[in-house]
Design a binder for this molecule. Structure first.
Ligand SMILES: Nc1nc2c(c(=O)[nH]1)N[C@H]1C(S)=C(S)[C@@H](COP(=O)(O)OP(=O)(O)OC[C@H]3O[C@@H](n4cnc5c(=O)[nH]c(N)nc54)[C@H](O)[C@@H]3O)O[C@H]1N2
Ligand SMILES: Nc1nc2c(c(=O)[nH]1)N[C@H]1C(S)=C(S)[C@@H](COP(=O)(O)OP(=O)(O)OC[C@H]3O[C@@H](n4cnc5c(=O)[nH]c(N)nc54)[C@H](O)[C@@H]3O)O[C@H]1N2
Ligand code: SF4
Ligand SMILES: [Mo]
Length: 756
């Protein structure tokens, strides 16, 4: 049986029909061409200066850079800087927006800009305000900013909120939450609410920890990686090097993704110029394509097969877990028919995955947005971790569970207490610092913040980076909600759609801040692998600009609101003192106290598990039974369309193109998926033909909150019933289900009707 099953292993997935124009592998020479084009261009010297600066890469959470130099990862390996990093830096070193710009273009003009056009305006280089009833942003003095901000923060604490994005430093994040909590507000919405919150919730429930339990060294010792709902070929390119090396040493990679992402089949990495770059390295040993939103069923299927093949580690379960009997029983009882009907993957494929996992010695289970951005995101996480536990793969060298995080410091924001689900240890430490209790009022996460604003319950909002407007679903709702807030203060490096659409009713202020590599002080960030990096001081290349550091602005504002309570805020402008505070209040950050002297970047203590003992009351992991999702799609008539409409309803997976960073679009096309511009829907040929559509035809795509017209149909390697479109544009047409335990929107299973 086993030999047969092994033969079933398929590196290429069943739904593999690519668009003719798409390349046969991810990465490849074009990556190097991009490097060459940019580093040799007129911006080349500035780029190199920034690339060589001792600070962490701005882009993703993989965490390249820092004290060992711009090209080094945390294990000291060189040549670990990818072109996404160049893309991100290139955007930040653009010339400043001219002084007379905002006087020339009204808000109405600015609202016509696309995301790409907004970003290309250049760096924000002086503070501006849009006053009530006015149609132009105008320059504002720092004195007036502080006057308006202070008054805005004197509102009832429950009516004051913050939103943050994960690019700022730990120091800024710590200040933000301390300022808000000192005020008595827990309204600390963060982009992670839209992102990995289900991972945080799920891991906390099961293991009493909230982040990846695997270090980079651990990953290097794995002999199998299960990669579910992640397109790391685009979004965490240096993780690809680890997968290449794993395959080289005979390990296996199981990819779980409704879409065939070509870079997960084959990837040409510049880190291996001779053996990989031109010819490409094989990545997937087995590629499974479940129905969007059905991963729980797929993982239960894997569990069932593990049980049937006698591959579960019963002794491990007995010794180190609780609740395992019910989980095993559930998998045993569910019929194969129910499982395969729910996930759309055949029993043979599922069994092949189980065999690979069960026969491997050290398996890492990694996942990203395809798993979390679902109405049952927490169950998805449970089902993955249940599978890991059943095979004894948590708390063991070279194995474990690994959420692949988003922004370069999004994890640091959570660690610093920028969350509506504060850890008890931090709460107690902050209460000690404040000499009083923290407010017990439940804070608003990102979706709740939008709803509270819509209901007129928010007066003041401060946004530390990000793009709250465009990151949220249902842009019309987001715009209306933000419009009910009296004062919004945006701290940003670049202009974005949010600054032009997310306007307050009285005052909207944009404060231009220094980038990570420009701050006059040292800062730190935390990678998705729980590694803290130290960023050196730098200088801005914007010579006559009027920029401020995030730390300076937040400390000045906090000083105005709170005086010298509970700390001398202005003293904290020397960020060394913030790090002292962090070391005293944040668990695992003891080494932060000495990092200025030692320059020693470190792994946060208590995060990596190589023994199966967990920080739960019993020391055991808790397993939860995961219900199967009910996945039906509505009919065209449910969209209010007449019966005569020739249309097809699909589950839309909304996400990133090759050339964008979240809401910021760098290039309009996506060459690896053969999507020439942003207004495309990638779908399976069979679905299109069902609705009498042809490739390149222009169609309407309608969700439950609006429609997009003139969308070009592109055929691609996605399973039937699923389709792909890009955010932020697509956020105009739907208001999704929300995962109840984490607050995260189901961005990856959006029912839409495609018709002409
Ligand atoms: N260059 C670049 N890097 C980035 C970012 C960026 O925008 N650009 N963003 C950063 C951030 S904040 C984040 S969160 C990460 C995002 O990184 P990813 O999570 O990799 O990005 P996404 O494009 O959202 O989607 C991931 C994959 O999920 C798959 N998927 C969709 N639905 C399902 C499903 O139901 N099941 C399964 N198994 N898979 C599914 C999609 O086909 C897609 O391949 O990247 C970070 N890094
Ligand atoms: N439909 C759909 N929607 C999604 C997603 C999806 O997959 N599908 N993904 C969701 C996810 S995973 C996330 S994380 C969110 C992202 O949501 P956000 O994090 O809110 O959005 P970004 O686009 O990353 O924010 C970019 C802006 O941050 C600012 N910025 C950059 N660097 C700095 C800095 O150093 N300091 C400051 N103060 N500002 C800076 C710049 O002004 C830039 O324009 O979007 C979510 N929305
Ligand atoms: S993998 Fe991520 S952190 Fe590393 S260089 Fe690329 S974008 Fe930066
Ligand atoms: Mo994210």
């Amino acid at each position: 049986m086993d030999t047969n099953k092994q033969q079933n292993v398929q590196p290429i997935p069943p739904f593999n029909e690519k668009n003719e124009e798409t390349p046969d592998m991810g990465g490849g020479l074009s990556v190097v061409e991009y490097w060459a084009e940019h580093t040799l261009s007129t911006e080349g010297p500035k780029l190199w200066q920034t690339l060589l600066h001792k600070s962490a890469c701005l882009s993703c959470s993989w965490g390249t850079g820092g004290q060992k130099g711009g090209f080094t990862n945390e294990t000291g390996e060189k040549l670990q800087r990818c072109m996404k990093s160049v893309e991100a830096i290139s955007a930040e070193i653009k010339p400043p927006i001219p002084n007379n710009f905002f006087g020339q273009y009204s808000i109405e003009n600015l609202q016509q800009l696309t995301s790409l056009e907004a970003d290309r305006l250049g760096r924000l280089s002086f503070p501006v305000i849009l006053r009530e009833g006015k149609s132009y942003y105008e320059r504002i003095s720092w004195d007036e900013i502080y006057e308006i901000a202070e008054a805005a923060f004197r509102k009832l604490p429950e009516r004051v909120a913050s939103y943050s994005s994960g690019r700022s430093s730990n120091e800024a994040a710590f200040l933000l939450q301390l300022m808000m909590r000192t005020l008595g507000s827990n309204n600390l919405a963060d982009c992670s609410d839209l992102c990995h919150a289900p991972s945080t919730v799920g891991l906390n429930q099961m293991f009493g920890t909230r982040t990846s339990m695997v270090s980079l060294e651990n990953l290097k010792n794995a002999d199998c990686v299960v990669l579910a709902g992640s397109n790391c070929a685009y979004n965490h390119p240096r993780l690809m090097n680890e997968l290449i090396k794993l395959r080289d040493r005979g390990g296996k990679v199981i990819v779980i993704n409704p879409m065939m992402e070509i870079g997960l089949v084959k990837f040409g990495s510049p880190a291996f110029p001779l053996k990989s770059l031109l010819t490409g390295s094989e990545i997937s040993s087995l590629y499974l394509q479940p129905i969007p939103g059905s991963d729980t069923a797929l993982f239960i299927g894997i569990q069932k097969s593990l049980i049937e093949q006698g591959l579960i580690q019963k002794e491990y379960l007995q010794a180190h877990t609780e609740g395992w009997e019910a989980v095993v029983e559930n998998a045993r009882e569910l019929s194969w028919e129910t499982i395969t009907n729910t996930c759309g993957v055949s029993q043979a494929e599922i069994e092949a995955a189980a065999t690979l996992i069960g026969r491997s010695q050290r398996v890492v289970f990694a996942w990203a947005m395809g798993i979390t951005q679902q109405a049952n995101g927490v169950d998805n996480v449970y089902s993955i971790a249940n599978t890991a536990l059943m095979t004894g793969n948590v708390g063991k060298e070279g194995s474990g569970v690994m959420p692949v995080r988003g922004h370069s410091n999004v994890q640091g924001f959570g660690s610093m207490g920028v969350t509506v689900k504060l850890r008890k240890e931090i709460q107690e430490a902050l209460e000690k610092l404040l000499g009083r209790s923290l407010s017990r009022v439940q804070g608003y996460d990102t979706r709740c913040l939008i709803e509270a604003a819509q209901a007129g319950k928010v007066d003041t909002l401060i946004c530390l980076g990000g793009n709250l407007y465009a990151a949220n679903p249902d842009s019309t709702q987001a715009k209306r909600a933000l419009g009910n807030i009296e004062t919004i203060i945006y701290l940003a490096t670049k202009p974005n759609l949010g600054h032009f659409h997310g306007l307050a009713s009285k005052n909207t202020i944009i404060i231009p801040v220094l980038s990570r590599f420009e701050n006059p002080h040292k800062t730190t960030v935390e990678s998705g692998n729980n590694f803290v990096r130290l960023n050196d001081e730098g200088q801005t290349l914007l010579k006559s600009a009027d920029l401020i550091s995030e730390v300076e602005f937040l400390t000045e504002l906090a000083h105005l609101i709170h005086g010298d309570y509970p700390v001398n805020w202005r003293q904290l402008q020397d960020t060394r003192y913030i790090r002292q505070l962090i070391s005293q209040t944040i668990p695992g950050f003891e080494k932060m106290a000495t990092i200025d002297d030692t320059k020693e970047e470190f792994t946060i203590s208590g995060r990596i598990f190589t023994e199966p003992r967990f920080p739960t009351p019993t020391g055991k992991a808790t397993m939860f039974v995961t219900p199967l999702p009910q996945l039906t799609l509505p009919q065209p008539k449910d969209f209010g369309l007449p019966d005569s409409t020739q249309g097809v309803v699909v589950a839309l997976m909304t996400g990133r193109s090759y050339s964008q960073h979240n809401t910021v679009v760098y290039k309009i096309g996506d060459r690896y998926r053969g999507m020439p511009h942003r207004n495309c829907i990638l779908m399976n040929r069979v679905d299109a033909e069902k609705a009498n559509l042809q490739e390149h035809q222009h169609v309407t795509v309608q969700g439950n909150a609006g429609k997009m017209e003139n969308v070009e149909v592109i055929y691609g390697a996605v399973r039937q019933g699923a389709a792909v479109m890009f955010y932020p544009e697509v956020n105009t047409i739907f208001n999704p289900l929300i995962e109840k335990r984490s607050g995260t929107p189901a961005y990856k299973r959006v029912p839409v009707c495609v018709y002409t």
